[in-house]
Design a protein around this ligand. Structure first.
Ligand SMILES: [Zn+2]
Length: 315
């Protein structure tokens, strides 16, 4: 038994080592600008790697927040279509791709839930994507995952999925989460095209509309962290994890260690959880980073490393 409860509130897993390797090498963390000595994990995101790291760090629970993007999958599939096809053939093949994406997000989420069935120390947050499942289909799918497959929450990544956090197509899904009292963990940070889909201020309208919904704004706002305190103050139903940003405290656009610790203190440290963003970073390193923060008390740090996640996510 660990001396205090330890939870990793933000990890990614992949179905195969190849898929994990491709994701890791294809995803550049650009938003913080330059930092030379960022800690990086050698892992590629398999279940066995994660369980091994959990054992060695005495982390008793990890929250899986796997990503799915219909927009990215569709783009890749459409690009592979033959140029020489007729218009009607192209239309038919595009419709086939959309059908395939609908089935794909459902089977992806079923896989996420099967992980937590096999490994009770893993909690599955499932991907909601209104570009894959339009209208109320997304909300119905999420309800099914929660009620019948033991999904513990919902994951959103507006920058990667290509929709705004306050896109009203998400309203039925938000309503289901609020009604069933299930939290959402949403990536936050800038995007390459400056659409602002996942910046902290993009959450304001949905937070206004769903005041009982527990919304975790991941990475404390990432490269747009200076917007985070306003949102935290305006909406008491917002919570945060400090993964990734805590590894980038020497960067151009990230906060310094002192600024990060002050931000956590100003928000209220009980609203902030530790995550590793495994397999980008390692679990033991994430714990060390929290312990090395200035300003915060030892008790606050220990709660960030575990007890807060139990309370916030209802684990
Ligand atoms: Zn992540």
């Amino acid at each position: 038994m660990a001396d205090f409860i330890r939870v990793d509130a933000h990890v990614h897993l992949y179905r195969t080592p190849e898929e994990g390797y491709a994701e890791k090498t294809g995803y550049e963390v650009w938003e913080y600008g330059v930092q030379d000595d960022v800690h990086q994990s050698d892992c590629v995101g398999t279940v066995d790697e994660l369980l091994q790291q959990m054992r060695s760090t005495q982390i008793s629970k990890a929250v899986i927040v796997n990503l799915f993007s219909a927009t990215v999958n569709r783009k890749i599939a459409v690009a592979s279509l033959d140029d020489g096809m007729s218009e009607s053939e192209t239309a038919k093949r595009t419709a086939d791709i959309d059908d395939w994406i609908r089935r794909e997000v459902i089977s992806f989420n079923q896989w996420n839930c099967s992980l937590s069935r096999q490994h009770p120390e893993l909690a599955a947050f499932v991907a909601a994507d209104v570009n894959a499942l339009p209208g109320s289909l997304c909300a119905e799918h999420i309800r099914d995952m929660i009620e019948n497959h033991a999904a513990a929450g919902v994951k959103l990544h507006g920058a990667f999925q290509g929709f705004d956090m306050s896109d009203e197509r998400l309203w039925p899904t938000y309503q289901v989460c609020q009604d069933l009292n299930v939290p959402i963990i949403a990536h936050s940070g800038p995007d390459r095209e400056s659409k602002g889909f996942a910046e902290p201020r993009a959450f304001a309208k949905m937070l206004d509309s769903f005041p009982q919904l527990r919304m975790v704004v991941a990475h404390l706002g990432g490269g747009t962290w200076t917007q985070t305190l306003d949102i935290a103050k305006a909406y008491p139903n917002t919570y945060f994890d400090c993964c990734e940003i805590i590894e980038w405290t020497q960067s151009d656009n990230g906060p310094t260690e002192k600024q990060l610790a002050q931000l956590i203190r100003d928000i209220g440290s009980s609203r902030v959880m530790m995550g590793s963003d495994f397999p980008w970073y390692d679990l033991d390193h994430s714990i060390d980073r929290v312990f090395s923060l200035p300003i915060l008390s030892m008790e606050e740090k220990e709660r960030i490393i575990g007890a807060n996640a139990v309370d916030i996510l209802g684990l």
